[in-house]
Design a protein around this ligand. Structure first.
Ligand SMILES: [Cu+2]
Length: 173
């Protein structure tokens, strides 16, 4: 058969938006091979719990969707994009990624440390420990600038993320 029409049709199809997916299970930090997803607190992020992250970039915007299974039921986990990859200790993932970097670090100025300048979402688990959450920001990440999504231990009474980092997933945003 003459193949050209099929090829022409393929070329006419719109390009899919650049997307990347990470699927992993939370593991200990001291495994023989470095884990894609690590837990620093297995009572809050059990080893073996599942995580899936899908990142879409299109038209100068980025959408990140995160799904988890096997976490603590009925709990809120704030999640942020951090600059560095996961390591053996929670601090290894570095500070929050900021679209406009705060010249003063650690960043506490609300002009920079906010959910328009940082990618943040909150995973609220159901009674089975499942949750999915999504966040869209009006920018794309600088290449190599954000290497992980970090789960924090919970929220304080005002809904702010607790500083303690309980899990980390390596992902190139
Ligand atoms: Cu954080």
């Amino acid at each position: 058969m003459y193949a050209a029409p099929a090829l022409a049709l393929a070329l006419l199809q719109p390009l899919l938006p650049p997307a990347s997916t990470v699927e992993a299970t939370f593991d200990r930090t001291d495994g023989i091979a470095p884990a894609t997803a690590v837990s620093f607190a297995p009572d809050v992020v059990p080893y073996g719990a599942g995580v899936r992250i899908v990142a879409h970039r299109a038209d100068g915007r980025t959408t990140v969707t995160m799904t988890v299974d096997g976490l603590v039921p009925g709990h809120a986990y704030p999640v942020h994009a951090h600059t560095r990859g996961c390591g053996t200790v929670p601090a290894d993932s570095g500070p929050h990624y900021q679209d406009r970097p705060d010249p003063v670090q650690p960043s506490t100025d609300p002009a920079y440390a906010n959910d328009r300048n940082e990618l943040r979402l909150v995973l609220r688990t159901d009674e089975t420990g499942h949750a999915t959450a999504s966040s869209t920001v009006e920018w794309e990440f600088r290449e190599g600038g954000a290497r992980s999504l970090v789960l924090h231990a919970g929220q304080d009474g005002q809904g702010h993320a607790l500083a303690q980092r309980v899990g980390c997933v390596n992902v190139n945003l």
